[in-house]
Design a protein around this ligand. Structure first.
Ligand SMILES: [Zn+2]
Length: 340
């Protein structure tokens, strides 16, 4: 990716040199984001935008008219994607609906087992929607007989709420229990829901970049105090946002996310499942160790339990217990019994 990027950059430089001038479209630079994400391996967690403090000094064209390269005074650079590029993607056309909270109308049985989703790359960045502690009673899962489809993070009314990735606003309205809600569909296909806002700052159809303020936190709708209700959905199905984001640190957990269908179950909770997977691993290890320690003896003519016990440094009752037999069990020649 980086190599390709440098190639594009060189191409753009060659083009500009041949043209005999270095285009300085500063009016455009002022409107673009000046953040830089340092490339890291796909599965490493990612901080909210790693920003360059440096001033943008130039924009360069690339082979794609919608993609520009911005150069900064500290010799770093970043790709910038113009909205026209996004508009070409059919993720914003298929199942596009500004009224229904779930426009996909799919059944879980028709879905594949899992998806691999690139959350960020050199063009798509990330920003934590709101960094904070999830309320102990605000986790994903069943709550008071209903399904809690997201996480609740307490805040102060007026705190800014950010777009998590690049995307387009699919809904922005007052909706029952959600109060003021903003729903954004992202290029990676994931939708984010932001509920109980005191103010919505984007409208249906707006393009947003990761880190844009889309509204202010509040307590509208069914809410007992100021908090952000945050949901992540894919193909219309909600899954625990903690699979993506560590809200305490604000980190994105990975660049490439493997979303499993089982995460759509209301009982699939990140903390719970993570713990279960860890427990299973411990138990598997224990079983493997036990299996490795097992010793067996094949019955030969003339064998008795007493002699087998003596030869293996154990007792008849221990042998009986291990093999589910009694001292009176007839030992058939060729049968394998466990001695340890
Ligand atoms: Zn909630």
């Amino acid at each position: 990716m980086r190599k390709a990027g440098i190639f594009v950059l060189l191409q753009a430089l060659l083009f500009l040199c041949a043209d005999g001038l270095l285009a300085r479209d500063l009016s455009r630079i002022d409107t673009v984001r000046t953040h830089l994400v340092i490339p890291r391996p796909a599965l490493q967690p990612l901080k909210s935008l790693v920003t360059s403090d440096s001033d943008p000094i130039d924009t360069l064209s690339t082979a794609n008219e919608y993609i520009k390269v911005v150069l900064f005074a500290d010799n770093t650079w970043q790709y910038i994607k113009l909205p026209g590029y996004q508009a070409e993607k059919d993720v914003f056309e298929k199942n596009w609906d500004t009224v229904a909270s779930n426009p996909y109308k799919l059944e879980q049985k028709d879905l594949p087992y899992s998806w691999s989703i690139w959350l960020v790359d050199s063009l798509d960045q990330y920003h934590c929607p709101f960094q904070g502690d999830i309320h102990p009673r605000g986790k994903f899962g069943p709550r008071r007989g209903r399904r809690h489809q997201g996480v609740d993070i307490p805040l102060k009314t007026g705190d800014p709420i950010y777009a998590t990735f690049t995307g387009k606003v699919r809904m922005s309205k007052y909706l029952g229990g959600y109060g003021n809600v903003v729903v954004i569909r992202h290029e990676n296909g994931i939708e984010t829901f932001h509920g109980h806002l005191s103010k919505r700052m984007v409208e249906v159809g707006d393009w947003v970049n990761a880190g844009d303020v889309i509204g202010l936190g509040g307590s509208t709708g069914r809410s007992t105090g100021p908090h952000l209700h945050f949901e992540t959905r894919y193909q219309g199905f909600a899954f625990d946002p903690q699979w993506l984001i560590d809200f305490k640190t604000g980190d994105l957990r990975h660049r490439l996310f493997v979303l499993k269908k089982k995460y759509f179950s209301q009982y699939s909770n990140y903390e719970q499942d993570f713990e279960d997977e860890w427990k299973n691993e411990e138990e598997d290890k224990k079983e493997d160790a036990e299996r490795a320690a097992m010793r067996w003896h094949t019955i030969k003519s003339g064998d008795t339990l007493g002699r087998i016990a003596i030869n293996n440094g154990t007792t008849v009752s221990a042998l009986c217990k291990l093999n589910g037999i009694t001292p009176k069990t007839v030992l058939k020649i060729g049968r394998r019994i466990r001695v340890r």
